[in-house]
Each structure stands twice: as C-alpha cells, then as structure tokens.
Design a binder for this molecule. Structure first.
Ligand SMILES: *Cc1c(COP(=O)(O)O)cnc(C)c1O
Length: 400
C-alpha cells in the first residue's frame, strides 16, 4: 500500500484518441478545419441545440458570449463567490463591473435571494456555476430574471431580442448533465463547457459554447460572430483562405485569437464516442463513495435524483466539525498515503486579485464556511475498484 500513487484527475486517453489525432496529423490540415466542424456538429446533437462553437477554452467561450451579448463598460454581471476565477475574470475582461454573490447556507450554489437583490438596472448577465457537474436551479434563475425584466435596459440588438438579463452558464464541469429532461447546453441562454485536461471530456485545452436559439436572430449569425471574434476579426478562416487564388480577406475589427485546432478536436471526437461509458464509470465511483461514507461525519453532494443527474465531475466533501487547518492536515496525510486530493474552492474574495478589487471575504460568510471544511476526492475514469476501496478506507479512518 505504501507505494500507491492515485492521481487527482489524470486524462483518460486510449488508442481511439491516439488514432484520431494521428489521422489529423497525417491529413495535411491541423488547425481549425473539418475535424473541428465535425466536433461542433456532434456536440450540438449531444446537447440538443442547433449550433455549438468550439474555442480553445471555456474561458474564451464565456468571454465571447459576453461580447456577443454586447456587454462592456458600465454594465454589471453577477456570478458566485464560490467558483474558479474564470467565471469572474471574463467579466473584467470585457470591462464590465463584477458583482459576486454569496452561496446559500450549506450550499455550493449561489443564494438566489441574494442574487435577486444584487440585480440593478445595469445588470446584463448572470453567470451561474454548475459546481461538481450538478446543474443550478435554472427554473428559479429564469423566474428571477423575468421578474426583474422591468429594470432591464438593453443596449444591443441581441439584448433587446432577449428582453431580460441573459443567463450565461459556467458549465465547465457539467457537460453531459441533465435536469427535468433537458441537457446542459439547452437550458441557459449561453453555456460554456471546458475540455481542459482535468475535465470529464478533454481536448487537452479547449471549450465549447452552446446557446439556445433567440427569436429574430439566426444561430448562423451568432456562430459567424463568434468565429470572427475568435480569429482576429478575419472575414475568412484559414482553410478558406488557402483555397487556390482565394487569398483576399478583410479584417472587420481588431478581435481576438482563441480558435480550436483540428488536433484538439480529434481528441474530443474520440472522447465523445466514449462519453456515455465514461459518465457511467463516474456514476459507479460516486455510488461507491456515497455508500462508503454513509456513517461518517462527512457531508457529500447528491449527484443523482429523480429529476436530475450530474456529470459526476467532482466529489466534494465537507468534514463536519473540522476547520480548514484540520482538513489541510487530512490532505497531507492522504498525500502521504499516495492519494491526491484537492480543494474546490477557495472563495474568490480571499485571493489577492479580488481583494484588490475591493471584495472582502467577511461579506461572503456562507461561501467561507463551505470552504472551511471542504476536501475533494479523486473522481476519474482511471480509478480501479481496488483504488476506490483504498481511498474509502483511508479517508474514513482519517475523518473519524
Ligand atoms: C476549468 C474551469 C473553467 C475554465 O475552463 P478553461 O477551459 O480552462 O478555460 C471555468 N470555470 C470553472 C468552474 C472551471 O472549473
């Protein structure tokens, strides 16, 4: 047992991914091209939406969603204090004012009453975070933005068409999650997924943006705008430009560079074929953990219910009665036993960059107490049953 090495979230790469990447490498086209378009089509089918745009990260997806919406200086965007920095930093990237909301008591989700109170006439978007792969209460979020629509002042064509605050989900964890018969991607107005190396489905780095169709604006129009913004504002993509004699192009604005390559997309295509199986494996591990921790002073999340199922991305635990220091000690002891664990998340107001913006963690007491005793266990598809048993046994011993 001494020389065990259980990684936190290693990539699950098989011969299928390798074959698909080699095929791309040999094809003569390695940047954005046919494989990326094929991946987008398959993702759209998977999420039951008309169109999906692939980019080089979920962060780029969220940022471009805000830009497509025409959000910028003078606007406010609300997200949770309990998330990864990317949910919030994109608001700063577009020049809008970041508004953070505390979590509800004993919850990793935003406090929806505080969310409603945080809405002003400048609020243009809300970024709910589907922590651990469990979808937020979007029914409630939509109810709130509808109720507050009298305050809403659109300042772009698309905002006018939506007619209320836009819901831009950070679903970096939740690709493949369901609720009330709907998948992540077809619930919020815009949804960003991450395919970073540690996420459920990976392309090394990468992300996808899905959106619900908006009355009066074609999906193709939105897609074109995203493509333009992701490739310098160049009117033709690289593939069309290299067609013989078709060199000429325009630059419509000095935009950004965040396209997905066909090499990335080929990893994703193979992962997507395996994804149902990967989700089942995650469910199996979660059930084992839940069973193993039943009689311990540990609070865990409900990943599966009658009307929802999570993507099983992270196994968050809270060790009842322990503080951060004691939890850090458990993390060290787990590490000595060869088990990598993690903490999700340190609330954003604790970090230097957010403190400098004027946030103070004392204003987010619920988020702080979630963080106080949180430990995340390994949850990935390379775990063997023997390793799962070992983790349960050692974690149970350490928290008792
Ligand atoms: C990973 C992650 C992101 C960012 O994803 P990238 O693809 O690395 O940009 C955003 N939000 C959350 C909650 C994440 O965990």
């Amino acid at each position: 047992m001494e020389n065990k090495h259980i990684a936190f979230s290693p990539p699950d790469i098989t011969e299928e991914e390798i074959k698909e990447v080699v095929d791309t490498l040999k094809s003569g086209w390695i940047t954005t091209g046919p494989k990326t378009k094929q991946f987008e089509t398959q993702l759209a089918q998977y999420c039951h939406v008309n169109k999906v745009a692939c980019l080089n990260s979920a962060t780029a997806c969220a940022e471009l969603a805000l830009r497509v919406l025409g959000i910028g200086g003078g606007d406010e965007v609300i997200t949770s204090a309990y998330t990864y920095s990317a949910s919030a930093s994109v608001v700063c990237h577009v020049g809008a004012k970041l508004v953070l909301v505390d979590t509800a008591k004993d919850s990793f989700e935003m406090d929806y009453t505080k969310l409603e109170d945080a809405i002003t006439e400048n609020t243009k978007a809300i970024i709910p975070v589907d922590i651990a792969g469990i979808l937020c209460d979007y029914d409630k979020i939509f109810e709130i933005v509808e109720r507050k629509s009298f305050l809403f002042k659109p300042n772009s064509e698309i905002q006018k068409k939506i007619g209320r605050i836009a819901v831009v989900a950070d679903s970096a964890h939740a690709f493949g999650a369901h609720k009330n018969g709907k998948c992540a991607g077809e619930i919020a107005d815009f949804t960003s997924f991450s395919f970073h190396a540690v996420k459920n489905l990976t392309t090394g780095e990468g992300g996808a943006l899905a959106w619900r169709s908006i009355d009066g604006i074609s999906d193709e129009e939105i897609y074109k705008e995203i493509m333009l913004m992701s490739l310098h504002g160049q009117s033709k993509d690289a593939l069309s430009k290299i067609q013989l004699g078709a060199w000429e192009y325009d630059i419509v604005a000095p935009y950004y560079k965040c396209n997905m390559t066909d090499i990335m997309a080929s990893i994703g295509l193979a992962q997507l074929k395996r994804y149902t199986q990967l989700l089942n494996q995650r469910k199996h591990i979660i059930e084992k953990y839940n069973q193993g921790f039943q009689n311990l002073p540990v609070t865990v999340l409900e990943h599966f219910g009658t009307d929802y199922s999570s993507s099983g991305h992270l196994y968050l635990t809270r060790i009842n009665g322990k503080n951060r220091e004691e939890c850090n000690q458990i993390i060290v002891e787990m590490a000595n036993l060869g088990i990598a664990t993690n903490v999700h998340y340190k609330p954003l107001p604790i970090f230097t960059g957010y403190k400098k913006m004027g946030f103070n963690v004392q204003d987010f007491p619920n988020a702080y107490s979630q963080y106080e005793n949180e430990i995340t266990l390994p949850l990935h598809t390379k775990l063997t049953d023997e390793e799962i048993e070992y983790i349960i046994q050692e974690f149970a011993r350490l928290v008792s």
